[in-house]
Design a protein. Structure first.
Length: 313
C-alpha cells in the first residue's frame, strides 16, 4: 500500500510589499498600513510550530510569507533553525529571491517555490500584476545554476479553464519542476472573488489527474478545505502524493482531522504521521538556542499543545 502524509506551510509573516494579488486577503484593503517589523510572527512561535510539525510527522511544505519582510540575516537565522529542528532542508515560498540570497540559504534549503498561482497568460497579468512570470523564471534559472530544486503553487478556480492545462504542462516541462502544489480557491472576503464559488471537485481533480498523467514522477501536493474534505480520496486517487492546507493545530483530533485520515484509508494509502494523536515533544532540549528564546518557545509550545488537546467535535 502506498503512503501519504500531511504537509504544513509555516507562515512567517503577514506583511507583503506587493499586496495586489486579486485573490489574496492582503489585497482586500490596500489602505491598512503595514510594517515589515511588526507584521511578522515571533521567532518563538515559528520555531514552536516547526517542533510540532516534526513531532507529528508533518513535513514542512515550505516557509511561506509575504515579500520583503525580513533582512537576509534574519531569514538565514529562521531557515537554519528550522532546518536544525526538522532535520529537513526547507523550500522557500517568500517571493522571488536573487543569487546572493539563494547562495546564502543554499546549505539549508531544498529548493524554491515560484508563486505562479494562475497559468492562463492574460488572466495571470490581471490577477498577479506585481509578480510577473518572468521574475519567477529568472529565479528558476539561478536555482538551476545552484542545483536547487523548483516547485510552484497553482490555485484552481481563479477563472482558468482546463484548456489552460497545456500552459501548465509546458511550464513544468520547461523548468523541470520536482514538485507542484495545487490549491482550491477559497474566496476571501473583500476580494474580487468574495461572492464567487470555489471550483467543483470534479474540475479540481481533473487538474491533478492530467498533471499526474503528463508527469508520472512529479511530486503533487493538493490542498483542500474543511468544506470539501470528502474530496481528499479523489485527489489522492487522481495522483496527489500528499495533502496540505488543513488548519492542523486548531483542528487537531477534530472530526475534520479524523475525516482526513479516513479519506486516506479510502484511497488505500497509509497515512504517515498523525492528525489525531498528541505527540511527545523532545526536540527542544537538544537545540542549541539561547535560554530566553528556549523559554519563549516553551510557552508557545504549551499554548499549541493546549489547543491541540482541547476537546473538539
Ligand atoms: S505576493 Fe503573496 S502575500 Fe503578497 S499579495 Fe500576492 S499572494 Fe498575497
Amino acid at each position: 500500500m502506498n503512503s501519504t502524509h500531511f504537509e504544513r506551510a509555516i507562515f512567517i509573516s503577514w506583511y507583503c510589499s506587493k499586496r495586489d494579488c486579486k485573490f489574496c486577503y492582503l489585497s482586500s484593503n490596500p489602505n491598512i498600513s503595514q510594517d515589515p517589523k511588526k507584521d511578522r510572527r515571533t521567532l518563538a512561535s515559528i520555531f514552536a510550530e516547526a517542533i510540532i510539525c516534526k513531532a507529528c510527522g508533518w513535513k514542512v511544505e515550505f516557509l511561506s510569507g509575504g515579500c520583503d519582510t525580513y533582512t537576509d540575516k534574519e531569514l538565514l537565522n529562521i531557515i537554519k533553525t528550522i532546518y536544525k529542528i526538522t532535520k529537513q532542508k526547507q523550500w522557500l515560498n517568500i517571493g522571488t529571491l536573487n543569487k546572493q540570497q539563494l547562495t546564502l540559504f543554499k546549505p539549508y534549503i531544498e529548493g524554491v517555490c515560484g508563486t505562479v498561482e494562475c497559468i492562463s497568460p492574460k488572466l495571470r497579468d490581471e490577477i498577479c500584476p506585481s509578480k510577473p512570470l518572468k521574475e519567477i523564471e529568472e529565479m528558476f534559472k539561478i536555482a538551476d545554476q545552484l542545483n536547487l530544486k523548483k516547485t510552484i503553487t497553482i490555485i484552481i478556480g481563479l477563472g482558468e479553464t482546463i484548456g489552460d492545462f497545456k500552459h501548465l504542462k509546458d511550464f513544468i516541462k520547461k523548468h523541470k519542476l520536482k514538485k507542484i502544489t495545487f490549491y482550491r480557491l477559497k474566496p476571501q472576503k473583500g476580494t474580487i472573488y468574495e461572492n464567487k464559488q470555489g471550483p467543483k471537485t470534479k474540475y479540481y481533480v481533473e487538474w491533478i489527474k492530467q498533471t499526474r498523467k503528463a508527469f508520472p514522477k512529479i511530486e503533487i501536493v493538493a490542498g483542500s478545505w474543511l468544506t470539501h474534505l470528502d474530496e481528499i480520496h479523489l485527489l489522492l486517487e487522481a495522483g496527489a502524493n500528499s495533502i496540505t492546507k488543513f488548519p492542523s493545530i486548531k483542528n487537531f483530533n477534530s472530526k475534520y482531522a479524523r475525516q482526513i485520515e479516513q479519506e486516506c484509508q479510502k484511497a488505500k494509502r497509509i497515512f504517515k504521521g498523525t492528525l489525531t494523536k498528541l505527540p511527545k515533544i523532545k526536540e527542544l532540549n537538544s537545540l542549541n538556542l539561547n535560554k530566553t528564546l528556549k523559554e519563549q518557545i516553551n510557552i508557545r509550545l504549551n499554548n499549541y499543545l493546549k489547543r491541540m488537546k482541547k476537546p473538539k467535535q
